[in-house]
Design a protein around this ligand. Structure first.
Ligand code: COA
Length: 158
């Protein structure tokens, strides 16, 4: 059985993340969405809120998707889940530099775990969770970037 992990902070989960999740779920037998907190971020939503939000958002995306929170090295989480694949979305060359470094270090720590990249859908490429929060704070419309339920969640926090 091929198990993949798609990790992220998901603060909040966007339509861009959902697109990667739906596509990645078709490539593996089981896709575990690993919800964590990037050490350099101060999330708007708590761990529990983000896990619940991601669970709700992926409920219609595939039977083989599971959502699990973690607070450890990604490679340790992947091993704990018996995953052989890490999935990341690539939006631009800016993502590439960051992902290149993480992939290289993860590969040295866990050579048995392969990272694969899915190019974001062209229409969803500019979306970032930070910009979604910033737009909402200034009263802008975020409906093109997140689902209606996530929009309500974000508006409840700003
Ligand atoms: N569509 C829309 N947005 C996307 C996207 C897509 N397809 N793919 C990524 N993003 C955005 C996110 O919204 C986020 O935007 P933001 O920075 O404005 O919040 C950004 O790209 C990256 O977020 P995400 O993909 O959620 O990753 P992350 O940087 O928050 O988290 C981890 C990276 C969790 C994988 C990394 O921190 C990690 O592995 N942590 C565990 C500890 C560890 O092992 N560290 C050593 C690593 S070598």
């Amino acid at each position: 059985m091929k198990i993949g992990v798609y990790p992220g902070t998901f603060d909040p989960i966007t339509l861009g993340h959902a697109d990667i999740i739906a596509r990645a779920a078709k490539l593996v037998d089981r896709l575990v969405i690993g919800v964590t907190t990037n050490a350099s971020k101060s999330p708007m939503f708590s761990d529990e809120e983000r896990i619940a939000m991601v669970m709700r958002e992926v409920s219609g995306l595939g039977e083989n998707i599971e959502v699990v929170g973690f607070r450890s090295l990604l490679v340790d989480f992947a091993r704990q889940q018996s995953a052989s694949v890490l999935v990341r979305g690539l939006r631009s060359s800016i993502d590439f530099e960051y992902e290149y470094q993480m992939t290289g270090m993860n590969a040295q720590m866990a050579p048995d775990v392969e990272t694969i990249f899915l190019m974001s859908d062209v229409a969803l490429q500019p979306i970032s969770s930070s910009l979604v929060k910033e737009i909402a704070k200034f009263g802008g419309d975020i409906s093109k970037f997140v689902s209606a339920s996530v929009k309500d969640d974000v508006l409840g926090k700003v």
